[in-house]
Design a protein. Sequence first.
Length: 243
Amino acid sequence: MFETRTRTLLLSTAFLAGSAVLAGAHGIKADKDASVPPAFDITGAEATTDGRLATFSMEVTGEAGSQIPEKTGKLAGAKVDAYVWPTKLDPSAVGFDKGSGILALAITAHPDFDDTPLFDENGDGDPANDGAGWHSHWVVLGEDTACPGGLKVRDVSPGQDLLPDTAPGLPLALDSPGMSPLIKGSTVRITVPVAGAENMNFDAVAAHLQVNAEGKAPLLCVTGTYKVASGNLSLPGVIRKSD
């Protein structure tokens, strides 16, 4: 029911774009779209698992990761670009509250804040000055009509809501597990530990988000999408067992 309402809300806001067909019974293929920035023009997505590790990948028409938001110098109103794989995995699979929303794996870039305090992505010896480089998160998405895109990263209360051990302590259902994305040419790929992924459905989305300018909930809104691989957030991809 939650996922059905969310897809309906997103469709009604007219933020979804792109057409797609299933590639076999597992991956997703999408048509090129000249109106979408090439770095976010998704043409395909795949996901596999060996039972312990799951690998998610996305193909775009241009150079993956070549576009990030402009730096504004402040957290309030900061913008985020993201490659996202929404899944039908329960959030409890990675340490969030069971049934609390849509679990999604995201690779994000946002030059105005650092939400990975345990990791030093740019390798300069300071773990507190990252964010502009592409890095990984698990997030739980929930619907919110206050957000232009109809969705938000779910607001939480640390210490009350269940969060993974590597969550950065923000009042968001967001984990910073530290797995490094591999971005090369037109491909975005990441491997993460997660059990029970085989045969779960997924989609692929290139999205933009924004931190609330007043610092209140909803704190991190999906403001829109560059492209949704399926065209309608129907999660038609299936995570298959790796060879």
